[in-house]
Design a protein around this ligand. Structure first.
Ligand code: ADP
Ligand code: MG
Length: 402
């Protein structure tokens, strides 16, 4: 199994870099979002699925209070004193700018754990991954939850997916400067094997949603990475907040777009910028889709499930304006293939990946047709793979990784 191989690689890398055997190995999955895009920071519903691609970490304790990490992705060793981290109380401008690079996420998680009152021991950590970085499959949340799980283990802190998801989200806010919602971290922390995870982002209640037996989720990576995605993301968030402020002037009980519907939005249409209105219209319609998709899955109705995905993509493209020509091409190509019932961009958008909902018997054909078509229409290569629903960040025995 690919995950076992990755765990083995993490353990071998640990031995090579630190000259001893690790005490534990952990794997934290990436995720695709099946539906409910840009609804999480509006207190709404999302339906992500953790996937069978991971950031794996091997960890061993140290006698001092230093956190030292080697990432094979970046071929780099970084370290930080936990005592120095403990003394930091607020996010400095330097940390906000995300200048810490990849290590900033890890320092951020350690900082969030310390700030929550946990006593952390020093640790050595090696990291390997088969998740593409910056592709919208949430390698950042996988990294955060992998280190959280590893540090919880070496410091004897009981694991609770929801609590650690919130700490990882805090780390991403403070250190990476991305005002992300809770979807990525919670799905990476709390997903159950073979299920997608329906999340109510207000209450943080979750429900496991099994996928229909014949349904396959295929990822197509556009190969495009957008550097300025985080500022565009924060812009969208600000637009939602402006509409909420306008709604609240009339309806004091509205705290987030989750509380609004089309009629309420029509009431404030003249008080807000037309562009902001379109952003809010996307969120309000999209917020109904996670429950609808869960129902379609429960009825084994891949046609209805696929239509919901198509509507979601059109709304992200036309109202929320977070698609791109490459993502649109991939979606169009997927929808042209028999056996593909729906497709949409996944993750925040602007670049990265799409997902296609495909009947099991059609997967190979859909993949090769889309690959050929993408090359023809965009003069680019797409990397395609089928992903299966995976459990959340987990600890494995080192005995299984000889
Ligand atoms: P995404 O979460 O969609 O992959 P982000 O930009 O949110 O994209 O996160 C990517 C960042 O996460 C990378 O730039 C890097 O800093 C960090 N990261 C991801 N995987 C690893 C890894 N294996 N080792 C070190 N850092 C990683
Ligand atoms: Mg991310």
């Amino acid at each position: 199994m690919a995950r076992d191989r990755l765990l083995q690689q993490a353990a071998q890398l640990f031995e090579h870099r630190f000259g001893r055997a690790p005490v534990s190995v952990v794997a934290a999955p990436g995720r695709v979002n099946l539906i409910g895009e840009h609804t999480d920071y509006n207190d709404g519903f999302v339906l992500p699925m953790a996937i069978d691609r991971y950031v794996a970490a091997a960890v061993g304790p140290r006698s001092d209070r230093v956190l030292r990490v080697f990432s094979s992705e970046f071929q780099q060793m970084r370290e930080i004193s936990l005592e120095a981290l403990e003394r930091r109380t607020t996010a400095s401008p330097e940390r906000r700018s995300g200048r810490g690079g990849w290590f900033g996420y890890l320092a951020g998680v350690a900082w969030a754990m310390l700030t929550a009152g946990h006593r952390l021991r020093g640790a050595d950590v090696s990291l390997v991954s088969d998740l593409p970085v910056g592709a919208g499959l949430s390698s950042s949340a996988a990294l955060e939850l992998a280190i959280a799980r590893a540090l919880a283990e070496t410091s004897d802190i009981p694991w609770d997916p929801r609590t650690f998801a919130l700490m990882a989200q805090r780390a991403e806010h403070e250190f990476a400067g991305v005002a992300c919602g809770i979807m990525d971290q919670l799905s990476v922390a709390a997903s159950r094997e073979d299920c997608a995870l329906l999340i109510d982002c207000r209450s943080l209640e979750t429900r496991d949603i099994p996928l229909p037996p014949d349904a396959r989720i295929v990822v197509f990576d556009s190969g495009v990475r957008r550097e300025l995605a985080s500022s565009a993301y924060n812009d969208r968030r600000a637009a939602c907040e402006r509409v909420v402020a306008a709604l609240r002037r009339r309806y004091s009980w509205v705290h987030a777009l989750r509380d609004a519907d089309d009629a309420l939005l029509a009431d404030v249409a003249h008080d807000v910028d037309p562009l902001d209105l379109r952003r809010a219209a996307h969120v309000i319609a999209e917020n109904r889709r996670p429950l609808e998709l869960a129902n379609a899955f429960a009825c084994n109705d891949l046609q209805r499930a696929g239509r919901l995905m198509m509507h979601s993509h059109a709304s992200l493209r036309d109202l929320y304006e977070v698609s791109s020509p490459q993502l649109d091409t991939l979606v169009d190509l997927a929808l042209e293939q028999p056996g593909c019932t729906g497709a949409r961009l996944t993750g925040a958008g602007f670049a990265g990946c799409i997902i296609a909902l495909v009947e099991a018997g059609s997967v190979e054909r859909v993949m090769s047709s889309v690959e050929i078509g993408y090359e023809e229409r965009q003069r680019r290569q797409t990397t395609a793979f089928v992903c299966r629903p995976s459990g959340g960040a987990s600890l494995f025995s080192t005995a299984s990784t000889p």
